[in-house]
Ligand binder design. Structure first.
Ligand code: ZN
Length: 195
């Protein structure tokens, strides 16, 4: 449950009321995707920051992890999460494509890194970053229907392609595919409290 940053516009306060209404009514496993996106449009940057902050407060209230969407906005997102950091606040920076310095900062905040198809792209340097990060901080994802991993890049992405992401990480870390699957599954279960 959550209001995505690219959907923050004139009526976002009403939309946040909806988020709050549903959180009180049903069981959810996370609040997301929430965050800041400055790639498409900066018009509502201030409002995106307010919406993000309000939803972090809701995550604390309901003790839910958050799924963070950031695009061209690492510093802005980082400053806000850092301000709210606490033992109960955790989550994942989804579709992480940043630097090792940024990865370290995220881990220090008690968050995980979501790794998707980009790690399989030839022109990405994400493999070098993943190589240096302990698997216990990684989650696998696809971002389907976007960011389709190799060798299907450019086609529609599928959840089943998580396997291709896992295979690439296994190759980078020189660990078996089974072990990558086991550890990242356990990371996901722990984060989202799946029993
Ligand atoms: Zn996203």
């Amino acid at each position: 449950m959550g209001l995505h940053p690219t959907s923050v516009n004139e009526n976002y306060l009403e939309e946040l009321d909806q988020v709050e209404f549903w959180l009180a009514k049903e069981k959810f496993y996370a609040i997301g995707e929430i965050g800041i996106d400055l790639y498409w449009d900066k018009t509502f940057q201030k409002d995106q920051e307010i919406a993000f902050t309000k939803q972090i407060e809701l995550a604390k209230k309901y003790q839910l992890p958050i799924v963070i969407h950031m695009r061209d906005s690492f510093d802005e997102v980082y400053e806000i999460v850092k301000k709210y950091t606490s033992p109960e606040l955790t989550g994942v920076f989804h579709c992480f494509t940043g630097t090792i310095e940024q990865a370290k900062k995220i881990i220090e905040l008690n968050f995980l890194l979501g790794i998707g198809g980009v790690v399989t792209f030839k022109n990405s340097s994400l493999d070098k970053v993943v190589e240096k990060v302990d698997i216990k901080y990684l989650l696998l994802e696809t971002d389907a229907p976007f960011l389709t991993p190799m060798p299907f890049r450019g086609k529609r992405n599928e959840s089943a392609y998580t396997r291709l992401v896992a295979r690439k990480i296994a190759e980078i870390k020189n660990i078996s595919l089974e072990e990558i699957a086991e550890i990242t599954t356990s990371n996901a279960k722990q984060l989202f409290k799946f029993i």
